[in-house]
Design a protein around this ligand. Sequence first.
Ligand code: HEC
Length: 83
Amino acid sequence: MDGSAYVGAVVRLTSGLAGTGSVVATVTTDGAGNFYTSSVAGLASGLYTDAAGPGQTPRAMQTQVRSGACNSCHAGSSRIVAD
Ligand code: HEC
């Protein structure tokens, strides 16, 4: 990823690590590379997430997320990478 916004990157929230378990939500980034996940059931108790760009190979976060505010951690040099 070159740091530009991806349109159409697919972010998934799942019950298991790296896309395993059930897929609770799938969101596609908008024209600014942003997405909105604040109303996902079960998120407060923890879900796993991964993201796939045009290469369609998901990159998974190894720890659970409990917030849809991905940018609270993934900002600046910690931006989410999608292949
Ligand atoms: C509490 C801070 C925090 C929040 C909130 C957070 N992340 Fe992460 N994320 C991390 C950290 C730290 C890593 C690197 C270590 C790891 O994978 O656990 C990471 C890694 C990732 C990766 C793997 C990146 C790579 O280069 O392989 C993806 C994809 C990802 N996060 C997506 C998300 C999404 C989507 C959300 C919102 C639903 C989110 N993250 C919310 C801290 C956070």
